[in-house]
Design a protein around this ligand. Structure first.
Ligand SMILES: NC(=O)c1ccc[n+]([C@@H]2O[C@H](COP(=O)([O-])OP(=O)(O)OC[C@H]3O[C@@H](n4cnc5c(N)ncnc54)[C@H](O)[C@@H]3O)[C@@H](O)[C@H]2O)c1
Length: 447
């Protein structure tokens, strides 16, 4: 099938590449000329394991191509996927300007029956807005073409996006037209060979399903962080508690890792956007608001511990920092906990020497002019001459470091671990103090 994807970011590019991989003929459109130029030169603008390979061979096979030309994109197919960003507005609600801009382009250039598939995460009721924007353009052109709008939220995880897209837990289709539903069934047929993963529902329910999924996952994390903060004050070890509750199949081990807060392009903005949707209809979403505020506080916990260790005097201190991306296996730094920590440290007069296996370019793009940040080529360089070590991202290469070298390189023998990567005894054996999240009485925290 011919398919158009608007937006060539983490979701759009993965979607386009995977749909081309199973045989569809995909044209990816983006307004970012630099991004499209890179892709046309065979470069992948983001780090996502396995993506480069699929893009390369589908481009070579002639099934995946790129454009900045909206007219060409719309005329390419009768299936128009919207995968553009929906960042938070000033008040935290989802900014729909990119989604509606695409809808206008579709209405401006479509010349036959078209299915508009909304893959971006959008508030309930957005399909109606997309419909209205397309219709307004058609009216301007004096045309009465038929079209349908479908909600098809995406659940892929950065870092495992290819596998998630190829073997989805479910494919949600929110739809009020049999014709559109049949086309979507055909698009996704190759992904349903093992068993049918399609879940059909009305459009509003599909839109809400995406927010409900992310809000529940964020709730699990904030819940666990709250218990970790209690554990710290009560002299309990959250890691023992985590194993103790995770063994209950009703709870499970997934998403109950305590840490220095969740970040990324989805959880923070989606929890906020859903809470603002609730505000908009006069419903106070108490739980969502609490999830958000627990996470906000949690992102400052590592700084509090460092500050406490230095008795509030961080002037001139150098913090070696491992991990900048919001999670491992991505270069995405949107809302990353490392950003909060660095900004807190700078405000307090400290400087940072940082290393991340994949997010160095992105850090350079965001903080290129920041004199209080030194970007280091290796994790070893990041601790050389530093006062202490802090860890914000659980990359594999940080899991079993040379503790002896850490002890020899940092001036104060302390590791502040925002991801609970180690057993305290491992560090004690090397004369290192270990401050992690929720691990007993000796943990520093602001009272
Ligand atoms: N990143 C994730 O892990 C993830 C997972 C599931 C859902 N989502 C949702 O998917 C959507 C996209 O997220 P993302 O992370 O891929 O965003 P992104 O910022 O990586 O990519 C968005 C792209 O859209 C492009 N764009 C903006 N306006 C455009 C227009 N008018 N026409 C064509 N392209 C345009 C931008 O230039 C950018 O390249 C969001 O709604 C997000 O919430 C993201």
């Amino acid at each position: 099938m011919n398919i158009t994807i608007f937006g060539t970011g983490y979701v759009g590019l993965v979607t386009g590449a995977c749909l081309a991989d199973v045989g569809h003929n995909v044209l990816c459109m983006d307004v970012d000329q630099a991004k499209i130029a890179k892709l046309e030169n065979g470069q992948i603008p983001i780090f996502e394991p396995g993506l480069e390979n699929i893009v390369r061979h589908t481009v070579e096979a002639g099934r995946l191509s790129f454009t900045t030309d909206a007219e060409k994109a719309v005329k390419h197919s009768s299936l128009q996927f919207i995968a553009v960003g929906t960042p938070p507005d000033e008040d935290g609600s989802a900014d729909l300007q990119y989604v509606t801009a695409v809808a206008r382009s579709i209405g401006q250039y479509m010349d036959d029956y078209t299915v508009v598939v909304d893959k971006s995460t959008v508030p309930v009721g957005t399909a109606d807005k997309v419909k209205a924007a397309v219709r307004a353009q058609l009216d301007n052109r004096g045309l009465e073409l038929e079209f349908d709008v479908v909600s098809n939220p995406e659940f892929l995880k950065e870092g495992a996006a290819i596998n998630d897209f190829m073997k989805p837990d479910r494919i949600i289709i929110g739809c009020d037209s049999d014709r559109a539903a049949d086309m979507l069934r055909e698009v996704y047929y190759p992904f349903n060979r093992n068993h049918d993963r399609m879940v059909y529902m009305d459009i509003r329910s599909a839109e809400l399903t995406k927010y409900a999924a992310n809000a529940l996952l964020a709730t699990k994390i904030s819940f666990m962080n709250e218990i970790a903060n209690l554990a710290e004050r009560l002299g309990a070890d959250i890691e023992a508690v985590r194993r103790g509750i995770g063994s209950d199949p009703r709870i499970g081990y997934h998403f109950i890792y305590p840490g220095c807060g969740y970040g990324g392009s989805c959880f923070p903005k989606d929890v906020q956007a859903l809470a603002r949707t609730a505000d908009g209809i006069g419903y106070e979403a108490k739980l969502l608001n609490a999830v958000e505020s627990v996470n906000y506080a949690q992102k400052h916990v590592l700084f509090d511990k460092i500050s406490h260790y230095f008795r509030g005097d961080l002037k001139g201190k150098v913090v070696g920092l491992w991990g900048l991306a919001f999670k491992p296996n991505t270069d995405d730094m949107r809302e990353a906990s490392a950003r909060t920590l660095m900004e807190d440290l700078w405000k307090a007069g400290a400087t940072v020497q940082a290393f991340d296996p994949e997010a160095m370019e992105e850090t350079q793009r965001i903080y290129g002019d920041e004199a209080r940040l030194t970007l280091c080529g290796t994790k070893e360089q990041a601790i050389k001459g530093a006062d202490v070590l802090a860890i914000c991202t659980e990359w594999k290469e940080f899991r079993s470091p040379d503790f002896k070298a850490i002890a020899e390189n940092i001036k104060h023998p302390v590791v502040f671990d925002g991801r609970n990567l180690y057993e305290p005894e491992m560090l004690e054996r090397h004369g290192l103090m270990y401050y992690a999240i929720g691990r007993g009485r000796n943990q520093f925290h602001s009272e």
